[in-house]
Design a binder for this molecule. Structure first.
Ligand SMILES: Nc1ncnc2c1ncn2[C@@H]1O[C@H](COP(=O)(O)OP(=O)(O)OP(=O)(O)O)[C@@H](O)[C@H]1O
Length: 261
């Protein structure tokens, strides 16, 4: 179907003998804001790296707008952007130089770039620091300039790993509003997060990955309905599905033992 932006077919990644991602099948439609959730080590980053052409799948395929990113990487990569949780930036460039560098890679016309870059810097309150070296930026500022760089070339599909970690509440709100607006205009977002509230508030659909398998997929309403408890929060559903509730019981038991001493 032509409105599928991201398509994973039987996608597998095995590290030595450990199957980190097990035959994932998933489609994300154009304009969707998709949240990819899972506990530590579930396979989120491994999946995102396969989808962005950074890690070769053991088998299966990953397509962006119908283009296999491993068979036709340049064509697929023109249409995507990726913001990792620890962005790898050039410390000796200023924020503006970095954005210009991104613009040159994607051959964005100068005027178009300048308008876009200024808008993005303003949204993330970075205008006054645009001429400072990136090495002087705080973690959150680095995160924000990486997001500006990712959005500079107006990608069709944006991948983000833990996008709001390190951002102050104002910047996190700006990012949420911006992503929503960009998706409403047709961009597709695939984000991984541990912050379930963010997924609950922002995402059109979420997928929960556990031990390399997608164990739940749907809108918030669908996930709640599948559990049979419409008053459950995403956190309740997540803990129930990923076994976190058992751990909670052990923690409570340990603290009870502590009290008894
Ligand atoms: N380079 C690697 N070599 C061997 N095993 C790896 C490698 N990278 C990841 N793994 C393993 O693959 C599994 C999935 O890891 P991955 O980083 O994709 O998880 P994640 O869901 O992103 O976790 P987190 O939320 O902690 O970032 C884990 O068991 C991890 O130990």
């Amino acid at each position: 179907m032509e409105d599928q932006s991201i398509k994973l077919t039987d996608l597998v990644k095995t590290y030595k003998r450990h199957e980190a991602v097990k035959r994932l099948n998933l489609q994300v439609n154009k304009g969707e804001l998709f949240g990819f959730l899972g506990p530590n080590g579930a396979g989120k980053t491994t999946t995102i790296k396969m989808l962005t052409g950074l890690l070769e799948p053991t088998s299966g395929s990953a397509e962006i707008n119908g283009i296999d990113i491993w068979k036709n990487p340049l064509k697929a990569k023109e249409r995507i952007a990726y913001v990792p949780d620890q962005p790898n930036l050039y410390p000796k460039l200023t924020g503006w130089d970095y954005l210009e560098f991104v613009a040159s890679v994607f051959r964005i016309p100068k005027e178009q770039f300048q308008t876009r870059a200024n808008e993005l810097l303003k949204i993330f309150s970075l205008t006054d620091q645009a001429d400072d070296l990136i090495e002087s930026y705080s973690h959150g500022m680095k995160q924000k300039i990486a997001i500006c760089g990712a959005l500079a070339h107006e990608p069709d599909v944006l991948f983000m790993d833990e996008p709001t970690v390190g951002l102050d509440p104002k910047s996190a709100r700006s990012l949420k509003n911006l992503l929503r607006e960009l998706c409403d205009h047709g961009m597709t977002v695939f984000l991984s997060t541990h912050i379930l509230e963010i997924a609950e508030q922002m995402c059109d659909r979420v997928g929960i990955i556990f031990e390399g398998d997608i164990i739940a997929l749907g809108t918030m309403d669908e996930l709640k309905a599948s559990g049979g408890h419409t008053d459950q929060s995403l956190e309740d559903i997540f803990l129930e599905l990923t076994g976190g509730e058992d751990q909670q019981a052990i923690i409570s038991e340990m603290s009870d033992h502590g009290d008894a001493k």
